[in-house]
Design a protein around this ligand. Structure first.
Ligand SMILES: C[S@@+](CC[C@H](N)C(=O)[O-])C[C@H]1O[C@@H](n2cnc3c(N)ncnc32)[C@H](O)[C@@H]1O
Length: 323
């Protein structure tokens, strides 16, 4: 592999009780899948340049921690949809990333065949015979098969045409199937405590850069209207506000905030690199000063920022409305 975890990320990751083997153990992908490096980070090769975040060990560690944060935010569940085991034969996970969700879900529902699609190959999926991985671009080729449940998580920044994606999901579902799109919105703060901070500045620069690339980091706000226009009914929304660090006193939020901060400290440069340096042409010195400020703000308990982790839109597909 062309890159491995930085020492700083490794210690942030291991301090949280993770083994770096959890992040870095992988089937070595065939060289055809190993993408270009950009300033020391590795990116996906298939449809290169499509997705701005790296596909390397630091990014996997960020996603691994976020997977646990999602589970905690949903009280240990992988989904909120009222799934019935015996009716769940075919499941699709769009943009499976590290595969943590798809692997866990496949193990929880051994009778279902779970298919994951992504631009990047998986790290490892052995030991999960009912999980199938397809390297594919969801903007380009949509699976022909019908599914009983379609899931996506954290596709903000990946979706170019939300109406098209949701329409494909609608037509790709069996009657009475479910779709569940889990996502985050950009960071927010309700009490003004981040006004003028580097974190606030970074947050809006990231949104401008994503818009310039034709994507939207607040895409989750458009899920509901896309679902309704596609023909879904009974759309429901669940929102969680997750603290960016351990500023809340509540112990459950404290646990989440600790991990969210780690995931941000590990993932910050990977998330920012292409969007700020390439898309917005930010100068190296400005970029480094901004990121240093964000790292400081992420550790500042006087800043009461949170991640709207969010949009848990849970939808029922009514067979009658499908054409
Ligand atoms: C932030 S990661 C989320 C991964 C995973 N769903 C999770 O919750 O950990 C977004 C994933 O979407 C994939 N992706 C982005 N654009 C895509 C596209 N057009 N087709 C397929 N996968 C895509 C990326 O490669 C990346 O693995």
């Amino acid at each position: 592999m062309s890159s491995s975890m930085t020492d700083e990320s490794r210690s942030l990751f291991e301090d949280e009780g993770y083994s770096s083997d959890d992040s870095t153990a992988s089937t070595i992908p065939p060289s055809i899948w190993i993408g270009e490096d950009f300033q020391g980070r590795r990116y996906h090769a298939f449809h290169a340049e499509k997705y701005p975040f790296p596909d390397d060990e630091d990014e996997w560690a960020r996603l691994k921690i976020l997977h646990d944060v999602w589970l905690a935010a949903l009280q240990g569940s992988h989904v909120l949809a009222p799934l019935i085991d015996s009716q769940l034969l075919a499941v699709l996970d769009i943009g499976f990333g590290t595969g943590d969700w798809a692997i866990n879900f496949a193990q929880q529902y051994p009778n279902a065949l779970v298919t994951g699609i992504d631009l990047s190959p998986p790290r490892f999926i052995w030991g999960t015979p009912n999980l199938d991985i397809v390297i594919s671009d969801f903007d380009d080729r949509w699976p022909r098969q019908k599914y009983d449940f379609i899931h996506s998580r954290m596709l903000a920044g990946s979706i170019r045409d939300v109406d098209d994606l949701v329409r494909n999901c609608f037509h790709g579902l069996n009657p009475d199937g479910f779709i569940e799109m889990q996502d985050t919105l950009p960071f927010a703060c309700d009490d003004g405590s981040w006004t003028g901070s580097s974190l606030e500045d970074w947050n809006s620069l990231m949104q401008s850069a994503a818009r310039q690339r034709g994507t939207d980091l607040a895409i989750a706000l458009r899920y509901e209207s896309a679902m309704k226009s596609a023909g879904f009914q009974d759309v429901s929304l669940h929102i969680r506000k997750l603290p960016v660090n351990t500023w809340p006193k509540d112990s459950a939020f404290h646990w989440i905030g600790k991990r969210l901060k780690r995931s941000m400290l590990i993932g910050l440069s990977g998330m920012s690199l292409k969007l700020l340096r390439q898309e917005l042409n930010m100068r190296e010195d400005e970029y480094q000063v901004l990121l240093a400020g964000v790292r400081k703000d992420l550790c500042d308990h006087k800043i009461h920022a949170y991640l709207p982790m969010f949009v848990q839109l849970l939808n029922i597909c009514k067979s009658l409305t499908r054409s």
